[in-house]
Design a protein around this ligand. Sequence first.
Ligand code: XBP
Ligand code: MG
Length: 261
Amino acid sequence: MPELNALLFDVDGTLADTERDGHRPAFNAAFQEAGLDWDWSVELYGDLLSVTGGKERIKYYLDRHNRGFKRPDNFDEFVAGLHKAKTRHYTRMMAEGAIPLRPGVERLLREARAAGLILGIATTTTPENVEVLLTHTLGKDSLNWFAVIAAGDVVPAKKPAPDIYLYAMEKLGLNPAVCFAFEDSQNGILSTRQAGLTTLITINDYTRDHDFTGAALVVDQMGEPGRPFKVLAGEARGAKLVDVSLVKTLHKEGARLAATA
Ligand code: XBP
Ligand code: MG
């Protein structure tokens, strides 16, 4: 039975609830600054989240929700410019402490480090966004907690493609049988499953109705002492929060399932 070596974390929706009050208003601020009358409501953004990656999301919005917009000749540059402005707004907001980590995340990260597990990140978001979130919630040194931060355009095919997880594992020199992933969305679990990873899901308001087929466990949050998680699918074996012991148990079972599949 391969032993658990590494935990791989998604960022948006998993480490922090960044989409509704972080990414969404940052997109809107960029649109306003560019003189566009586009305004992404909380509800519309739920549909836009079906596409990962900010530049990809802007294009999807125009294809699906704003077909009347006359695209400039240098369309890709135009989108890249809007996205650059969005990243500037987002990193400023996060540096002001706009969004905390989700419950139980810091506890689990610290516990995993103490247990000698390797930590990694696999996200579609822009690297600067990951850095600002980590440094403003866990301190500057926390960037060193992660042996790999795989983010953004480093792979061309974003989630649900498995590429970002495969890239992270390649950088770590580890195979999926010794890793365990944390996600919050359907695109996330499609990505981890294709990468061969056992996965725990913490849902959020945007993802609670997603299809999490193949997850080892689906809970509402990681949980803290005195603030237990709610189990939405799977078997938590009496655990009340996500800790290293539960992850090791789920990993063992995930590894066994993979071996007999
Ligand atoms: C996260 C995303 C990202 C952010 C925007 O997906 O979809 O696109 O919303 O980030 P996941 P950028 O959590 O599945 O990795 O604008 O920096 O691309
Ligand atoms: Mg996510």
